[in-house]
Design a binder for this molecule. Structure first.
Ligand code: PA5
Length: 377
């Protein structure tokens, strides 16, 4: 169960209208998803995961943005056990990083999960080509294609067409769910199942949140908006669990891409305490007062809990509005709830700012410019 400590004025009529708009948006499919899982697809995901685990020491997950952050966040946070190691590629254009990933796989048996909704994003496309070459060298074309799992659009895109032509095992990113809201689809579920995360429990947590998250999510969203209107233009997510660093990264993408448009939105930043108290602590305590802090209060040991309390008091005294999001369980169920809570909060919040939570015209602009430069050679 998620709870928040703030009590802004929530305009019930406005909230009702927003929730209706989100639900009926053509990209609002994530809202009911945890309760409407396609069981046929879910069984196929689990079967594919079992096959990968049986025949591969490594699963290379290739994707960027919403196509990798969510599952990486959960794997890092939950530290599940599996004999198949998950590694990541295609989330930058660094040749150095790619070489490191290729070297790590070395002569080990491996499979590839290439994830791209559009099927045209440059970073994963380049990494995929390299790993496909490596697969073909090791297993021959037929053997290689049997080890490629493509998660992409149901009907179109370069990756879709290639997957159909080469008969890769295919999973779908539903039409009505965008990248950063897709972690509970095959995008996240396949790598998570291979990594040993209990995906049933994850979905169970998210399904419970479908009803229960509305109240805390709307309070949090209205509070953010209120603070935004008062000139607090930066939100710092603070966690006291180092393993949740990538969950913070997922949050930054979710809020940044959903809200930052039309010259609107709150800039999302993140810290891990107590580590960052020794780097950013000074600024948080006494720097420019344009930011508020959102503590994600995971269940933790007594000593760490004391740091949470100390930060709350010190930063409030330092003039920072401090919000608290209390998470009751540090496990699959708890993270399932938390994901749904933040997705809902973010969509409501973007609507309050009057922007579309589900597009990313700025990201497309960069992708188009890069394509032009690459074409120039
Ligand atoms: O949230 C989003 O839509 C984006 O971050 C995308 O996930 C990211 O740009 C990758 O796109 P694609 O999955 O089409 O390769």
């Amino acid at each position: 169960m998620i709870s928040v400590n703030c009590s802004p004025e929530v305009d019930g009529e406005k909230l009702g209208k927003i929730l209706k708009e989100i639900k009926h948006d053509k990209m609002g499919g994530w809202m009911e998803l945890p309760r409407k899982i396609d069981m046929g697809e879910f069984v196929r995901i689990k079967e594919a995961a079992a096959k990968i685990k049986e025949e591969s020491e490594y699963l290379v997950c290739i994707g960027i943005g919403g196509s990798y952050l969510g599952h990486k966040a959960l794997i890092e946070a939950l530290r599940p056990e599996s004999e198949t190691k998950i590694i990541y590629a295609g989330n930058s254009l660094s040749r150095r990083e790619l070489e490191v990933a290729l070297k790590e796989v070395g002569d080990h048996d491996f499979s590839v999960n290439v994830i791209s909704k559009s099927g045209t994003t440059l970073e994963p496309a380049i990494a995929f080509n390299e790993f496909k070459k490596k697969l073909i060298e090791k297993y021959g074309e037929e053997g290689a294609f049997a080890r490629i799992y493509a998660t992409t659009d149901a009907k179109e895109g370069a990756l879709h067409d290639e997957a159909v032509a080469n008969k890769y095992t295919r999973f779908v990113v539903p039409d009505d769910i965008g990248g950063r809201y897709s972690v509970l689809t095959a995008v996240g579920l396949l790598p998570l199942a291979v990594a040993g995360v209990d995906v049933d429990k994850l979905l169970e947590g998210a399904a419970e949140a479908v009803g229960t998250a509305i109240e805390p999510a709307s309070k949090y969203a209205f509070m953010r908006y209120e603070l935004g209107q008062k000139g607090y233009d930066t939100e710092v997510f603070a966690s006291f669990e180092p393993a949740t660093m990538y969950f913070n990264e997922w949050l930054k993408q979710l809020f940044g891409e959903s809200e930052g448009k039309g010259k609107q939105g709150i800039f999302p930043a993140a810290v891990i305490y107590s580590t960052d108290l020794h780097s950013l602590g000074q600024f948080m305590q006494d720097g420019r007062r344009n930011l508020f802090e959102t503590i994600i209060d995971y269940p933790t040991d007594e000593q760490n809990q004391k740091v949470v309390k100390a930060v709350r008091v010190a930063h409030t005294e330092g003039g920072i509005p401090v919000l608290d999001i209390k998470v009751s369980d540090y496990d699959e169920k708890g993270f399932g709830e938390l994901i749904y809570f933040f997705e809902l909060s973010c969509a409501i919040s973007a609507k309050l700012f009057g922007v579309n939570p589900f597009d990313q015209p700025g990201v497309e602009a960069y992708k188009n410019e890069l394509k032009k430069l690459m074409a120039e050679g």
